[in-house]
Ligand binder design. Sequence first.
Ligand code: NDP
Ligand code: MG
Length: 382
Amino acid sequence: MKKIVILGSTGSIGKSALSIISQFPEKFKVLGLSTHEDIKTLKKQVTEFNPEYICISGKTNVPKNSSFRKTKILYGSQGLIKLAALKKADIVLIAVVGASGLLPLLSAIKNGKKIALANKESLVIAGDIINKEKRKYKSQLIPVDSEHSAIFQILHNKNINSVKKIIITASGGPFKDFSLKKIRKITVNQALKHPTWKMGPKITVDSATLMNKGLEVIEAHYLFDIPYDKIEVVIHPQSIIHGMVEFIDGSIFAQMSYPDMKLPIMQALSYPEKNNIKIKHLDMKKIKHLDFYGVNLKKFPAFALAVKAGKIGGTMPACMNAANEIAVYNFLNNKIKFHEIAYYVNMAMKTHKPIENPDIKDIINVDSSTREFVQKIIDMDK
Ligand code: NDP
Ligand code: MG
């Protein structure tokens, strides 16, 4: 019986994880759950899964509540750090959104945990530190992101020196066929309708700008310890192939399935075992064709900005990520236009002087100063 802690259980990944866990009561026991503010959903999850601990990260106290009677309640960001470090936990699934995942992730690593990582932003902003700490504390990071899960599975028991390149696929998002003129008129509702995946609002917008793919390039660089020139991105609108690896002998391995996050989540929770989960299996006879083409950098500048930040390194990815988070939330609140997300990310990166080999304090400082800077500029512009 594996004891699982889920940070961000009220989100899209968190709910999918709980839905799998409920299919395997003999394999998994929920030890801890967290929400930022969605106490209503958390209450339902507590009633169903009866965890020993919960954390409400967006509040510092909550009025007494009979649903939480038998549960130890933690609060705020410190609460998340404690939840990620629970001695009894076998696996910590980190499924909070944005840079808020960083300190809980480091806390899980320092406690030698096996970590199922959905929260890509933490690896993007502090990949070098995370990898160093991971080696020091012998913690294990298993990707939940579907592309990285695919590549992780293909690379299992393979020599990394025999890899020529890894290939990350992208659906292209809802606007892949839009003209530049049409992109300027995109509404929030349009951006929140992803053609192949159902996800939380921030990553759905990131998928529409292709920022998500840029973040995933950096994520892959750190997860697989692979140089940027060995990472390729291809648009694959059907989202059937999630990731590929080309080996030096010219053979390419691909991982295929219908797009459903339950598969990579289960893969991370039960690794190295495989389990029979209730999802629709691929019927090859129904797949008429699989298409692939390159990224249009003119239409999707956010992708190139993210990759550029990754290659510069230091605190540049933290700056890029913070600017993007603020720009996306302003877009979701109808304060800026869709195409302005990349504009503000570019502006923040242009003014930032990256610190080489930053420590965690440097990264947190750049994260918060960039947020302030970008919000101020947006408020002045609008
Ligand atoms: P959601 O927005 O659906 O859920 C986010 C979760 O984090 C919720 O539980 C939310 O609580 C909580 N949360 C929000 N803000 C904070 C904060 N400041 N501090 C702590 N917790 C917070 O996101 P997703 O589930 O879509 O994504 C989660 C992570 O997984 C992201 O990093 C994303 O990039 C990654 N990912 C997601 C995929 C997907 O299919 N959804 C695929 C691949 C990666 P509340 O409910 O109260 O808001
Ligand atoms: Mg992905």
